[in-house]
Design a protein around this ligand. Structure first.
Ligand SMILES: [Zn+2]
Length: 332
């Protein structure tokens, strides 16, 4: 069912004659910080985030202790729990103070009151439809180009860190916050293998930097959509109704850079441990982008290089699985 977005929830409407989405987002951000305590508290708490850096060969992984993220990292996302809670992305359930700006089609942009980034937006559909990328990839790319070079836009698959798998949404945050944004070129030069390249599209498989991924770069949206679909179909070997597990990070620099991280597990074994061995971490796009988010200090204190390596190993494609996929891509 198509839902009409009520005008009283809009901070800026189309009459405001501001077509520039980053500016609209900026103005919404300021408005929400001045008028919504939950949001202003959330962004103020970011100043207390503690950071550790772990250097690997030609890339870095950071660990952030960010207590504000406890709700998201520990969210129960099984069908029963999802059904039992009011959906926090549905318009009727948004707090009174929370306002939106329209983006494109069914998408609106909201300030995320539990931030990881200095500016952190949630970009939900106005419709309560399940998280699913295949039909929405064009909107993801368009939103990324609308937000421009200062933001990354990302997608967490339903079993890959999305805390609202029942409600279609993207997220966006400052470009260069994720280590992969700034270290991308070095990573590609060291670990990447270009498997397809012409004037309009380059497809690179990236192996050996703890999480295997595919990078697509293109200035042609339809070529990019075709290539994404072809990868999606290869990942969906069984031709299942269910989406193949993945996280996606997109950015736009007069061309798109689309990073696809195939997944094989939702959460690492440490998440389910009790006591000493427990680590409350639920990896999603930001973690794969090189910033591990820990809402509990005890986990942040425990994290080591070895644990980082093992967490990636548990939740992303093994070298063998990834090689199988890369070979299929090469031999198309
Ligand atoms: Zn919803």
């Amino acid at each position: 069912m198509q839902i009409e977005f009520p005008d009283n929830k809009l901070y800026l409407n189309d009459d405001d004659n501001l077509s520039d989405l980053p500016k609209k987002a900026e103005r919404l951000f300021e408005h929400q910080l001045n008028n919504w305590k939950l949001a202003s508290d959330g962004y103020r708490s970011l100043t207390a985030v503690q950071i550790k850096k772990f250097e690997f060969d030609n890339f870095t992984i950071e660990a952030h202790f960010n207590p504000g993220r406890i709700i998201s990292s520990s969210a129960k996302v099984d069908a029963k729990s999802i059904e039992a809670r009011p959906c926090f992305l549905c318009i009727n359930n948004l707090p009174n103070e929370q306002k939106a700006v329209k983006v494109i089609n069914d998408y609106i942009l909201l300030v995320n009151p539990f931030p990881i980034f200095d500016k952190h937006f949630t970009i939900p559909s106005v419709n309560h439809v399940p998280q699913s990328i295949k039909s929405e990839i064009e909107d993801l790319l368009t939103i990324s180009s609308m937000l421009g070079k200062n933001y990354s836009v990302f997608y967490n698959g339903p079993g890959c860190g999305a805390s609202a798998p029942d409600h279609m949404h993207f997220q966006s945050g400052n470009f260069e916050f994720m280590k992969i944004d700034t270290e991308y070129k070095e990573m590609i030069n060291t670990y990447g293998e270009v498997i397809f390249e012409n004037d309009e599209l380059a497809t690179t498989v990236v192996t050996g930097c703890l999480r295997n991924f595919i990078s697509l770069e293109s200035n042609n949206i339809s070529k990019l959509i075709d290539e994404f679909e072809s990868i999606y179909n290869l990942l969906n070997k069984e031709q299942s109704e269910e989406e193949p597990m993945m996280n996606i990070i997109c950015s736009y620099h007069n061309y798109w850079r689309l990073l696809i991280f195939p997944r094989n597990k939702h959460r690492p074994s440490y998440f389910f441990e009790e006591g000493e061995n427990k680590l409350l971490i639920s990896p999603a796009a930001v973690d794969l982008g090189g910033v591990f988010i820990f809402p509990r200090e005890e986990d942040f204190n425990k994290i080591t290089k070895e644990l980082i390596i093992d967490i990636f190993k548990q939740v992303t494609f093994s070298d063998d699985e990834f090689k199988y996929l890369s070979d299929k891509l090469k031999n198309r």
